[in-house]
Design a protein around this ligand. Structure first.
Ligand code: NAD
Length: 357
């Protein structure tokens, strides 16, 4: 099959790790007889330097015409003094909106070989960890009405509105349940229904979607309890589905449990099969150009693309297994290096993974 992939390398280590993800995709193409066509596009600081805008229209148009988007990372100190609207990171919000990416999937997988990097006691994560956080991405308080007003005797007051429609909750819940069907058949919906009206609608709507999936167990947690349970007993979770703001916080907490940010991929999905895939980490300007970046998050993002947009599970597994093999053989980039292991560069890591595919 032929697939058209829009590649947005971005800034800092973005281009370095994306290059290694492409190596993995090329190895998959060779092995399984697919054709991946890459179209390289500008966004972030690189786009500002070239065109004066962080997200040129051409990038959006080309991304829309592609089958999926692979993104590195954007941003860096060079552009830090620009006003908010013109900063490279604004390109991410623009892409999410233009491409209708309403669900963010962040797997927090702890590879057994890296359990030393987990900040929790070993018994809490015995046998590894595999949690999928599904975060609503285009609604809620980050997109609601906001403002500042003067009060008669309390100085200024500011507000941000958390607003969710049934439709918005339904579609993200659908993704969580269908994901759970392919995993351990458990969904934990996280809200604050003891206090918030929007959470009560969230909970009711998720329960309605759950009726369509009798094989999946639904559990409801208040967000404060969920935050606690994630460090107390992380192994109880399979799929977590939650709102934009709660997901923002909980997905960072879940990923920290796994140890290294250089290992974590993510997917942002639209209606249908389309998705944008990117590592969770940023552009890491402190190590850009040094060959120290861990490309595994980017490589695993490519694997998620194969699985969720192209429906190529076997090919996706081939990438994941290759990453595991490289770790098992003791190869480590500096961020996950421990004594007795073999230190490798970004590009060596990519080549080793591609060879094992
Ligand atoms: P960061 O994720 O770039 O870096 C945090 C720390 O983790 C740094 O010490 C970095 O060296 C390390 N790190 C990150 N990725 C790594 C990898 N693959 N291998 C090894 N080490 C890695 O976050 P930051 O420093 O807060 O942000 C730097 C820039 O990236 C900022 O401009 C920020 O706005 C931007 N950013 C972009 C995205 C994105 O594009 N999705 C996400 C977060 C931050």
């Amino acid at each position: 099959m032929n697939y058209k992939i829009a590649v947005i390398p971005g800034d800092g280590i973005g281009p370095e790790v994306t290059r290694e993800a492409i190596k993995a995709l090329d190895a998959v193409a060779d092995k399984f007889g697919h054709k991946f066509e890459y179209e390289y596009l500008l966004a972030g600081g690189a786009a500002i330097d070239e065109t004066g805008r962080c997200l040129p229209d051409e990038t959006v148009e080309a991304a829309k015409k592609s089958d999926a988007v692979l993104l590195g990372a954007v941003g860096g100190p060079k552009w830090d003094n620009l006003p908010g609207e013109e900063r490279p990171e604004k390109a991410l919000l623009g892409l999410r909106k233009a491409l209708g990416l309403f669900a963010n999937l962040r797997p927090a997988i702890m590879f057994d070989e890296l359990k030393g990097a987990c900040p929790l006691k070993e018994e809490k994560v015995q046998g590894g960890l595999d949690i999928m956080v599904v975060r609503e991405l285009t609604g809620g308080i980050y997109f609601g009405e906001r403002g500042i007003k003067d009060t008669p005797d309390m100085g200024k007051a500011a507000y941000d509105v958390e607003l969710y429609s049934e439709k918005e909750v339904e579609r993200v819940a659908e993704i969580a349940f269908s994901m759970a069907m392919k995993r351990n058949k458990k969904v934990t919906s996280v809200d604050k229904a003891n206090v918030l009206e929007s959470s009560r609608l969230w909970r009711k709507t998720v329960a309605k979607v759950a009726e369509k999936y009798p094989e999946v167990t639904l559990e409801n947690f208040y967000v404060d309890n969920a935050a606690m349970q994630l460090v107390y007993n992380p192994k109880q979770f399979d799929v977590i589905v939650t709102s934009n703001i709660f997901g923002d916080i909980l997905s960072d907490e879940a990923s920290m449990i796994t140890g290294s940010i250089g290992m974590l991929p993510s997917a942002s999905l639209a209606e249908g099969e389309f998705g944008m895939y990117e590592p969770v980490h940023g552009s890491a300007p402190d190590i850009a150009g040094t060959g120290k970046a861990n490309p595994m998050a980017a490589v695993l993002s490519a694997s998620m693309m194969l699985k969720y947009t192209f429906g190529l599970s076997e090919e996706a597994d081939a990438i994941e297994n290759a990453v595991k093999a490289v770790l098992e053989e003791g190869y480590r980039t500096p961020d996950i290096m421990t004594s007795g292991k073999r230190l490798i560069t970004t590009s060596e890591a990519g080549t080793l993974i591609a060879e094992r595919i």
